[in-house]
Write a protein that binds this ligand. Structure first.
Ligand code: F6P
Length: 550
């Protein structure tokens, strides 16, 4: 279906039908839905790979789901999905294919871009990464002075940082605990300072991750890291080869920086930054967990790719999750979506999803070049659940906003947890189950009164409930399960972008700030002329210079 000729989303009969249905449902109560269908808790569930998905606590009926799937059909979500998997250039504003799915395709698969099968090149890079990772892990790769590498510092930002940084945390129990792995992204010098201050440069490998190799934050930090290393080692430029590798699509810029392109791990323009961590961008992670675990993770991604590509609409989990988000964002005015993992290891998971979702679908211009008249991507937020319970859950339970949430939990604690701590896992999971229960079913005034609460406190202690949640439960948090989870969210984001008719794969909205920063920077130096900025920025720059005594 052509993005330009397609009927405007809000003019389709399927959109109108959903609006009408929303009116008819009114303030439908989860208590009522469960009373009417006691089997709902098992009926409204799906399984994909190792992930059990419970969507019973949503403000939907069978009819809602049918109407949402009809909207997906009318907007040809599966047509665009097939075009993506086929390698069509569905990122139209950048004229690029969108093929992160090829990064996890098995050896021997065929995925063509401009008539060329890209899978052999994907595996050639994975093989090169594996060989290099093994050399570092075994101690065969040494630094300039012959010392073994014990520290890996990944320098990158956005998609060249968030993915490997998040996955490193998630898979910590699978990492080589003898290696120190750190991630530097912020151009604030404090980030690099804290990352290297206690490291021996002779034992440190810098992994410079940048798709474009022009991102100012990354190149600035990489240059400072190189200066630090050469100064500390009292070495010349030739030391760079043993301490710096690059992950990039831009060989020219890598070599300009002084990194031998033999030490460059390549990827391609059909891999979006926020979809790149299972490309060469995952090298630091691969060094930490080893090539076999990395492959298990890729296989997890691939499993969900295949599910999304082939499962019928009724059992297609990314389709369902995308449509539920549309139900709340477009028909209930929900503005945000919380992702609440009940695992300490998933502490960076939501931050990763913020880029994935908000950079993909935070857009008001459609693929047809016209402004949309409907809400697009939500604000995605959240932190590990039990901490959130003692911070912001109050607002989810009793605030005035509708906040749909995903709860992610695991039946087993990670394998290498100290034996004395294993018992705590049931307490963690008791909280996990209790919270979605409380959010869904609340506590009525009569129930509160029944506890002997004085009348004036009854309204305060009443929980209206009816807050929708999805529960995602898996046996344990393995590399494969992580891959499955990320692929699930990638395709959920895809589904929503397809329905909203936006290009989920460009990010023009980040450009203006970059250009303006380049204009402002020279104005901050002593004696510099302040260019013609707006009234507020000029005053702020003057204040800054004053505070710095410039
Ligand atoms: O500025 C946004 C962005 O382009 C992201 O999309 C990307 O992940 C990040 O910057 C880093 O870009 P690069 O990998 O080219 O340094």
């Amino acid at each position: 279906m052509n993005a330009d000729s397609r009927t405007r989303l809000d003019q389709t009969s399927e959109w109108a039908a959903l609006n009408k249905h929303r009116e008819q449902l009114g303030e439908v109560q989860l208590r009522e839905l469960f009373a009417a269908d006691p089997a709902r808790g098992t009926a409204y569930t799906l399984q994909v790979g190792d992930l059990h998905i419970d969507y019973s606590k949503h403000l939907v009926t069978g009819e809602t789901l049918t109407l949402l799937r009809e909207l997906a059909a009318a907007t040809d979500v599966f047509g665009l999905r097939d075009a993506m998997f086929r390698g069509d250039k569905i990122n139209t504003t950048e004229d690029r294919a969108v093929l992160h799915t090829a990064l996890r395709a098995p050896r021997g698969a065929v995925v063509e871009v401009d008539g060329e099968n890209v899978v052999p090149a994907v595996h050639a890079v994975l093989d090169k990464m594996s060989a290099f990772s093994e050399r570092v892990r075994s101690g065969e790769w040494t630094g300039h002075t012959g010392k073994r590498i014990k520290n890996v510092v990944n320098i990158g930002i956005g998609g060249s940082d968030l993915g490997p940084a998040m996955a490193y945390e998630v898979l910590r129990s699978f990492t080589d605990r003898g290696l120190t792995v750190r991630f530097v992204s912020n151009v604030d010098g404090a980030d690099l300072h804290e990352a290297v201050r206690d490291l021996d440069p002779a034992e440190t490998l810098f992994v410079i991750a940048s798709k474009t190799f022009t991102t100012i934050e990354t190149i600035t930090n990489a240059t400072s890291a190189r200066d630090w290393l050469l100064t500390e080692l009292k070495a010349g430029q030739d030391a760079v080869a043993k301490h710096f590798v690059a992950l990039s699509t831009n060989a020219e810029k890598v070599s300009e920086f002084g990194i031998d392109t033999a030490n460059m791990f390549e990827f391609w323009d059909w891999v979006g930054g926020r979809y790149s961590y299972d490309s060469a961008i995952g090298l630091s992670l691969m060094i930490a967990i080893g090539p076999d675990r990395f492959r298990e993770m890729l296989d997890g991604f691939h499993l969900v790719d295949e599910h999304f590509r082939t499962a019928p609409a009724e059992s297609n989990v990314p389709l369902l999750m995308g449509l539920l988000g549309i139900w709340y964002g477009n028909f209930h005015d929900a503005q945000s979506h919380a992702v609440l993992p009940y695992s300490h290891y998933l502490s960076k998971f939501t931050a990763y999803l913020q880029q994935l979702d908000m950079e993909s679908n935070g857009k008001y211009v459609g693929r047809d070049g016209k402004e949309v008249d409907w809400q697009t991507g939500p604000v995605v937020w959240g932190t590990p659940g039990t901490n959130g319970q003692h911070a912001y859950y109050q607002l989810i339970h009793q605030g005035t906003k509708l906040i749909p949430a995903d709860f992610i939990g695991f039946a087993e604690p990670v394998a290498d947890l100290l034996p004395g701590l294993v018992a705590q896992h049931d307490l963690l999971m008791a909280n996990f189950f209790a919270q979605t229960q409380a959010l869904a079913f609340g506590k009525t005034p009569d129930e509160v009164r029944g506890e002997g609460v004085p009348e004036e406190l009854v309204p305060h202690k009443t929980f209206k409930g009816n807050h929708p949640t999805t529960t995602i439960l898996a046996k344990s948090l393995t590399p494969s399960v992580l891959g499955q989870l990320i692929a699930l969210y990638e395709h959920k984001v895809f589904v929503q972008g397809a329905v909203w008719n936006i290009d989920s794969f460009d990010q023009w909205g980040v450009e203006l700030g970059k250009v303006l920063a380049k204009r402002v920077e020279p104005a901050l130096t002593e004696g510099a002329e302040v260019p013609d900025l707006d009234g507020s920025t000029t005053a702020l720059v003057a204040k800054y210079r004053d505070l710095r005594g410039r």
